[in-house]
Design a protein around this ligand. Sequence first.
Ligand SMILES: Cc1ncc(COP(=O)(O)O)c(C=O)c1O
Length: 383
Amino acid sequence: MSERGPAEPSRATAVIDLAAVERNCARLAAELEGAELCAVVKADGYGHGAVECARAALGGGASWLAVATAAEASELRAALPEARLFVMGALTPAELDEALAADADVAVWRSGFCDLIGARARSLGVRPRAHVKWDTGMGRLGERDSVALLALLEAVAADEEVELSGLWTHFATADEPGSSFFARQLESFVHLADRMRSRYPGLIAHAANSAATLIDPASHLDMVRCGVAIYGLDPFQEDPARRRLEPAMALRSYVADVKRFEAGWSAGYGRRWRATEPTWVGVLPIGYGDGVRRALTNNAEVLVRGRRHAVVGTISMDNLTIDLGPETDVVAGDQAVLIGAQGGEEILCEEVARRLATINYEVTCGISARVPRRYRRSPEDAR
Ligand SMILES: Cc1ncc(COP(=O)(O)O)c(C=O)c1O
C-alpha cells in the first residue's frame, strides 16, 4: 500500500528489514578483531522473527546463534541444520533432551545440572557441549562463588561424556556508561577466563552483550552475544543512528475511517479524550491486542502522510484513534506508521519505550503474534 491513499490496506503489519539485520551484524562483526559474533535470537528474534533474522545474522557475519529455550533451539535447528546453537537458559530434564536433540550447546550453572548432563549423555549416546556459567554479579543463573565455580569447571572437564566448551557470564550494568560495577564484573571475568583458557585449551570465554560489545573491546574475548543491536535497537535507549545501527522493524496499520468530531465529542472507553474544538479523527484498526500498549493512551504519535498525529483516547484491543486536526488531507486507506519512518519523519522504538517508561526490547517483544511479520530486503519491497 502507498503512503497516500489505499492500494491494499493492511490492518497491522510488522515489516522486518532483513538487510538491516545483516548490516547491523556486519557492523558489529567488523570491530571484533578475532572474537566471534553470536546473534541472540531468543523470544522470536526479539519479536522480529527468529529464523529469518538468524539467517540474516549469519549472512552478516555471525557464526553462532543463541536462544533461551530448548523449543527455540529446535525451531532454529529445523531451519538451519549447520548453525552453531547455544541455549542460554535453564533447562528441565525434558528440555535438556530437546536441546541436545537439536545439537545445541547448553549452559551449566550448578553441579546438579552437571550431573544431569552427564547422565543424559550416557543414556542418549551423545556428547553434550557445555558452557559453565559464572555469576559475576548479575544474580541470576551461575555459580557465584569462585571456588564452587572452579569445582564445577573441573567436574565438567572430568566427565568424558561431556565436552567443556565455554566459560561465560552476563553483565548487569553494561548499558550504564561509566558503570564501575560493569568494570568490576569484566575485570574478574577476564582474570579468570585467562587462567582457564590456558588450563582448558579451546575453551570459549564469552561475556559481552550488545552494550558491552559497543563500548568496551576488552569485553569481546572469544565471542560476543549481541541481541538488541542486531535488530538496530540501541542498548543505551538513544537514537540507534548514533552507533550506526539501523532499526529493522516498522509497525504499520492504516486509517480505516476519518470522522468529523464536534467540540466535546469523545473517543474511546472512559471518554479519556474530548475534542476541544471541531476536528477530524482517524480510526486505526490496531490496538493492545497487537501489542500497542494501552499505556500509550493520549501518549503517543502516529505518522500519516509523513506527519505526526497524536493518539487520542483510550487504546482499545483492536482500535485506536488519532487527532488529524481541524483541516486534513488524510483519507481512509492512508498508511499509518506506529514505529518506523514515513516521509521525512521517524518514530523510533526508543521513543515508544520512553513514553512507556520501559526499554526498546520490551516494545518489539510485545508486538503480538496476531501481527503478521513481513520480510523485506530492500526499500522497494517495503510497500
Ligand atoms: C545471557 C544473555 N546474553 C546476551 C543477551 C543479549 O543482550 P542484548 O540484547 O542486550 O545484546 C541476553 C539478552 O537478554 C542474555 O540474556
